[in-house]
Design a protein around this ligand. Structure first.
Ligand SMILES: *Cc1c(COP(=O)(O)O)cnc(C)c1O
Length: 357
């Protein structure tokens, strides 16, 4: 097989051992002789996977007993609606840090009083707004900790005077998180913890049931909490691969260990972007994401963009084209992206510079 370096923004690179174990389970799941995609979810073998996966979430993120993790289908985009359904009573504020944050706000605004408390739209979302007052009468403040498209990140857990809700689709499990500071943390698995098709929602149990509206059964977190994420058929295969991905993460030392590696990878690539006369980073330095590194050709070199993309492609770089709404380049350095891939990308950038001298 061709040697490639996968920098896709999502679905993204996953650990090889998780993929190998998934292939094996497609042939024979847990010694049952049945492919994992045909096994009944009401068997003890499957329940063992659910239990192990939940336990790994608790262990890796140090989730306290006040919170529980739920696995569902529908993507992070459907979670935007769950958030408002389950938590919006009078008023909610959203920090507008990009397209995903904006879409989350739209769902809430369709159900009640929700507004953008601050926005970085004025500079195409290249920074995290910091100077704003949080009114104490809010049901919650919603933030997007990592802005996948623009490469900005909130990498600390905020002390918030109102319940805090976070979309952590693209930086979950990349660093330790103080879960107790959030009423809800949610996201799609396909950026850092598994394949597409499953979401995680870590809820503070006693924060549920405070809204007066009717919540449709499937959109009520309590339904899934009460039934251990098996009210209806769970996304069996994505959960299986997520479990294997988390086993890998635990095996290499958990979130503390991966955070160190993630920092190293990002520092390497940002250092090259800052050094190179050909490229410039787009996000404000203090808000730079460890997960998605966004950059463009330096002023005067714009015409080289397509040439560099073709040059990098020849060298096996996959997925470094920027999101269609911002252009330029984006390298996603999620957990399963090895340091060697980042070194290969940096070498490729330097080789291109040599060629252009
Ligand atoms: C990708 C992404 C989403 C959307 O996820 P889907 O599962 O495709 O709905 C939402 N929020 C963030 C931060 C993302 O990166």
């Amino acid at each position: 097989m061709k040697k490639v370096h996968v920098f896709n923004a999502g679905p993204c690179a996953l650990p090889q051992v998780a993929i190998d174990n998934a292939i094996a389970a497609l042939k024979d799941f847990a010694g049952t002789g049945i492919p994992v995609i045909s096994v009944s979810h009401r068997t003890k073998e499957w329940e063992a996977v659910m239990d192990e996966c939940r336990a790994l979430w608790h262990e890796l993120l140090n989730i306290p007993d006040t919170h529980e993790v739920i696995f569902l289908g529908g993507g992070a985009s459907l979670q935007f609606l769950y958030v408002a359904m389950n938590f919006l009573e009078k008023k909610a504020a959203y920090l507008d840090t990009g397209v995903w944050a904006h879409k989350a706000l739209k769902e809430a605004a369709g159900l009640g009083d929700a507004y953008a408390i601050a926005s970085s739209k004025d500079r195409n979302y290249t920074y995290i707004p910091k100077e704003f007052e949080i009114p104490t009468d809010l049901d919650y403040l919603h933030i997007t900790t990592n802005n996948t498209i623009y490469g900005t990140e909130i990498s600390e857990d905020w002390d918030c005077p109102v319940p805090l809700i976070a979309d952590m689709s693209s930086d979950i499990m990349s660093r330790p998180v103080d879960v107790s500071k959030y009423d809800l943390i949610y996201g799609g698995a396909q950026k850092n913890v598994g394949p597409a098709g499953v979401i995680f929602a870590i809820v503070r149990k006693d924060a549920l049931g405070r809204v007066s509206r009717y919540i449709p059964t499937m959109l009520d977190y309590r339904t899934h909490l009460d039934k251990g994420s098996m009210f209806n058929t769970p996304p069996v295969f994505p959960i299986f691969v997520m479990n294997e991905t988390l086993k890998w993460l635990k095996g290499i030392g958990g979130v503390e260990a991966i955070e160190k590696i993630n920092k190293k990878k990002a520092e390497l690539l940002y250092a090259e972007i800052d050094r190179s006369p050909l490229f410039v980073g787009t996000a404000e330095k203090e808000d730079r994401s460890l997960m998605n590194v966004c950059f463009v050709m330096a002023p005067g070199c714009e015409a080289l963009q397509d040439e560099f993309l073709a040059f990098a492609k020849e060298r096996g770089m996959v997925g470094i084209k920027g999101h269609r709404s911002v252009g330029g380049f984006r390298a996603s350095l999620y957990n399963a992206c090895p340091l060697e891939d980042v070194e290969a990308l940096v070498a490729c950038m330097q080789e291109f510079e040599e060629k252009k001298k």
